[in-house]
Structures are given as C-alpha cells and as structure tokens.
Write a protein that binds this ligand. Structure first.
Ligand SMILES: [Fe+2]
Length: 100
C-alpha cells in the first residue's frame, strides 16, 4: 500500500542521496514513478545526482492506493564502479528522461 493519508502524494519526491549510490532492479509489475522502465531493467543514481518521478507522474499518482510492482533497491556504502559490459548496455537516453 502507498501512503494512505487523503492529502498524500504516493509517488516518491525528487531527491538526491548524499552518502550513497542508489541502484534499483525492477523485478516485476508496472513501475509508477518512471516511464520507459520495464521489468528486468536496472537504474543507477550515483550519490548527489537528483532524481525522482517522471514529469507528470507525481500528479497522476494522487489517489492511488497500492502498487503491484516489485523492485529491489540497494543503497551502497561505497561508490559503485561500472563494468565495461554495463557501459555497453547503458540506456544513454535515461539521463535526459527528466527533460521530456
Ligand atoms: Fe532515490
């Protein structure tokens, strides 16, 4: 269930993690906070980089009661390093997806 207060906004707010990288593995379901993120994808938000819901999705989430999405989030103690394989499969448009 999402936050169920009548005035709540279920989508997460924009934020940046100061002390950790944030890695999310999208396992299953319909991911409400980001467009074009589908099952099996991984996102990485390095420490200090602002991120949050896709434009318009915070407003769209108002009134939503629950989600059927399943994701695994890892906040790291140390910065992650990308492998050459990870760089080869990077979605280069992701970083600008907030500008849509
Ligand atoms: Fe985050």
């Amino acid at each position: 269930m999402f936050d169920y207060h009548p005035l709540s906004i279920p989508a997460p707010y924009n934020h940046s993690n100061i002390d950790s990288d944030e890695l999310l593995y999208y396992v299953d379901g319909d991911f409400m906070s980001r467009k074009h993120v589908t099952r099996g994808m991984i996102t990485l938000h390095p420490a200090g980089i602002p991120h949050g819901p896709h434009p318009g999705l915070a407003e769209k989430s108002i009134g939503a009661k629950e989600t059927k999405e399943l994701a695994v989030m890892v906040d790291t103690f140390r910065p992650l390093k990308l492998t050459e394989t990870a760089l080869e499969i990077e979605n280069e448009g992701y970083v600008m997806s907030w500008a849509e």
